[in-house]
Every structure is written in structure tokens, then in C-alpha cells.
Design a protein around this ligand. Structure first.
Ligand code: HEB
Ligand code: CA
Length: 343
């Protein structure tokens, strides 16, 4: 139906969109992929951009507002607008780095800071093989004041504290089950600041893949610390080199969430669909969805640099091959897989 699929031509002369407000995102996406995410990789910058979405969005508290106090604005960009305040909050440790790295991108594009943070996280996550297509909205209002301290969960908080905080922030939507769904993000994650003696300690054996290994490996009996022991918020993990947060450990074993946690094991579709659902709602906390434009289509599958639709040998007779964008940057060559090491 032509009326339903009508698209506008974007001023860049290359892209089309269902809403003209989405056109600006193509250039932001390409800039991020080329200049922040190393040509579309699921590296630390991608992980940290995803973590930043949570730390901006979750800082909102209707419970504080009910007591007559300012409770923060949710996904309002406050963490990057007032970085000297919010990145000094204890749970935000380490996020000063990604805020600083994103700064020049925010400066050279025309998005609100709030939109930029959520968009960068969604694009970053898309580089992790197996990730779902995460929501991208434009039109958020930027913060005019910083969020108060104390609203971002810590790895040493109890399940009760975490469940209560997430339920407050989302007006009851993020219950204990949806909290498990949100924690799927820890499949592409590492810790730089939990163990002061080590950085880049992954939460599962595949930090570059959006898979279900996080749910498998957090359920293993803890036997070791990957670095120094005795750090606040850390418990023993089951695999050398891997770190386990106390909060992931306890939520994996809490009677309210243990079965939900286990249900993700080997269920890739669930790890995609449930996170896709909760990220959509997380990314607009504190904003009025009726004022936003859904540009999720900009976060789409892509060709590697140098490849276009003209290179496709299209064979399906029923439908055309999807028109995909090409990642910016020089054409890459794929590295060989090393031969087995025969002893
Ligand atoms: Fe997260 C990381 C905690 C939730 C995403 N975490 C992380 C860490 C910690 C945490 C401690 C580490 C940091 C450092 O560096 O050291 N989380 C947490 C808690 C919670 C959470 C407590 C509640 C339960 N997350 C979350 C969510 C999300 C996330 C919801 C989504 C978005 N994280 C994340 C990521 C990461 C993290 C992505 C990684 C980063 C990197 O790698 O760097
Ligand atoms: Ca993983």
C-alpha cells in the first residue's frame, strides 16, 4: 500500500525516511559508526554508550516528587549536560570518559543531548552481533537541572533496593521480571571500576556478542576473583578473567527472579525481544511519547564499508533485497581465523 509506506526524500540526497524529522539521524549514525565505534564494532565505546542510556534515563523519581522534592528528569541528557555534577555520583563512576568522547559529536549535530545519548547507545548496541534493533526517538526535551544523587542502582544494592528503585522510576512498569529483561544488557559489558586493580573485566565470556551466556555464566558456582578480591559490589565468578556483580548474582538467585533469569538460557529470541521492549520504554522515561518521532528505522542492518546493493546477487524471486546503508570509512578486509595450534 503506497499510502502507508510513503517516504520523504532527505535533504542529504541519499536517504529517505517515513518522517522528515528522522533525516538528521543518518549523518549522526554514520559519524558515530565511523568515528566513535571504529567502523561499526561492539567495543568498549559501544558498551559504555549503552550503559550511559541507563544512567541518564533511570534518574527520575516520582516518589521524590510526591515528597515535594525534585526527582530528576529521566532520559533528559542531564548526565552529559551537568557532567561535573552527575558523573561524580558514585554509581556513575567511569562514565565521565564516554560523556567526554561523545561531546564533539553532540556539538556537531543538531540533536538534543537527551536524544543523542539514547541514539548513541542504540547504535552502539547494534554493533554487537545478535543484538535486537533498538528504538530511536527524536524530540526529547533537554534537562535544565541535574538529577539528584541516589537514583542510580549500585552493584552492592539488595534485590529489594533495586526492584524498588526501578519500579519507582518507571511508575511500576519495571517490576522484578522486567528488571531481569533490562539486565540482558550485561551480555555486552565489562567493568573498569569495580576492581580498582583491573579494567575491562567482562561479565560473560562473549562481551562482543548479544547472546545468553551472561545468564548461563552468572548461574555458575562462584570460585574466584579475576583480580583483587574484597571489592564492594563484587562476588566470586565461575570463570577465570570474568567478573560477577553482586547484584547480578543475587537477582539470579532471588526466588522472585531466578526462574525468569534461567528462562533466558539458550533463548536468543527472548534475549532480543525482551530487551528491545524494555529499552524502548527506558529510553523515553520522563518524556512524553506523543511529542516524540519514532526513527527506529534509522537503526537498520547495513553493509560493510565499500559494499552497496549493487554488489548483491539477488536471488529471491518474490521480494527485492532490502536496501541497506553502507558503513562509512575505508573498505575493510576480514581477518583470517588462525589455524588450530597443534602441539
Ligand atoms: Fe549495568 C556495566 C551495575 C543495570 C548496561 N553495570 C555495569 C557496571 C556496574 C553495573 C557496576 C560496571 C561499571 C564499571 O565500569 O566498573 N547495572 C548495574 C546495576 C544495575 C545495572 C547495579 C541495576 C540492576 N546496566 C543495567 C541496565 C543496563 C546496563 C538496565 C542497560 C542499559 N552496565 C550496562 C553496560 C555495562 C554496564 C552496557 C558495560 C559498560 C562497559 O563495558 O564499560
Ligand atoms: Ca555476551
Amino acid at each position: 500500500n503506497a499510502a502507508l509506506t510513503r517516504r520523504v526524500a532527505c535533504p542529504d540526497g541519499k536517504n529517505t525516511a517515513t518522517n522528515a524529522a528522522c533525516c538528521q539521524l543518518f549523518a549522526v549514525r554514520d559519524d558515530l559508526q565511523e568515528n566513535l565505534f571504529h567502523g561499526g564494532l561492539c567495543t568498549a565505546e559501544a558498551h559504555e554508550s549503552l550503559r550511559l542510556t541507563f544512567h541518564d534515563a533511570i534518574a527520575i523519581s516520582p516518589a521524590m516528587e510526591a515528597q515535594g522534592k525534585f526527582g530528576g528528569g529521566g532520559a533528559d541528557g542531564s548526565i552529559a549536560i551537568f557532567p561535573e555534577i552527575e558523573t561524580n555520583f558514585h554509581p556513575n563512576i567511569g562514565l565521565d570518559e564516554i560523556v567526554e568522547l561523545q561531546k564533539p559529536f553532540v556539538a556537531r549535530h543538531n540533536l538534543s543531548v537527551a536524544d543523542f545519548i539514547q541514539f548513541a547507545g542504540a547504535i552502539g548496541a547494534s554493533n554487537c552481533a545478535g543484538a535486537p534493533q533498538l528504538a530511536a526517538f527524536v524530540g526529547r526535551k533537554d534537562a535544565t537541572r541535574p538529577a539528584p544523587d541516589g537514583l542510580v542502582p549500585e552493584p552492592f544494592h539488595t534485590p529489594d533496593q533495586i526492584f524498588e528503585r526501578l519500579a519507582d522510576a518507571s511508575q511500576g512498569e519495571f517490576d522484578e521480571i522486567l528488571t531481569v529483561w533490562l539486565l540482558t544488557a550485561h551480555t555486552v559489558a565489562a567493568a573498569n571500576d569495580v576492581d580498582p586493580t583491573r579494567s575491562g573485566l567482562p561479565f560473560d565470556s562473549t562481551p562482543e556478542l548479544w547472546d545468553t551466556q551472561f545468564f548461563v555464566e552468572t548461574q555458575l558456582r562462584g570460585t574466584l576473583f579475576p583480580g583483587s578480591g574484597g571489592n564492594q559490589g563484587e562476588v566470586e565468578s565461575g570463570i577465570a578473567g570474568e567478573i560477577r556483580l553482586q547484584s547480578d548474582h543475587t537477582i539470579a538467585r532471588d526466588s522472585r527472579t531466578a526462574c525468569e533469569w534461567q528462562s533466558f538460557v539458550g533463548n536468543q529470541t527472548k534475549a532480543q525481544q525482551m530487551f528491545q521492549f524494555v529499552f524502548h520504554d527506558l529510553s523515553i522515561l520522563g518524556q512524553d511519547i506523543n511529542q516524540l518521532v519514532d526513527c527506529t528505522e534509522v537503526n537498520e542492518a547495513h553493509f560493510p564499508p565499500g559494499i552497496t546493493n549493487a554488489d548483491v546477487e539477488q536471488a529471491c524471486a518474490d521480494t527485492p533485497f532490502p536496501t541497506l546503508p553502507t558503513l562509512p570509512g575505508p573498505a575493510t578486509s576480514v581477518a583470517a581465523v588462525p589455524k588450530p595450534n597443534l602441539k
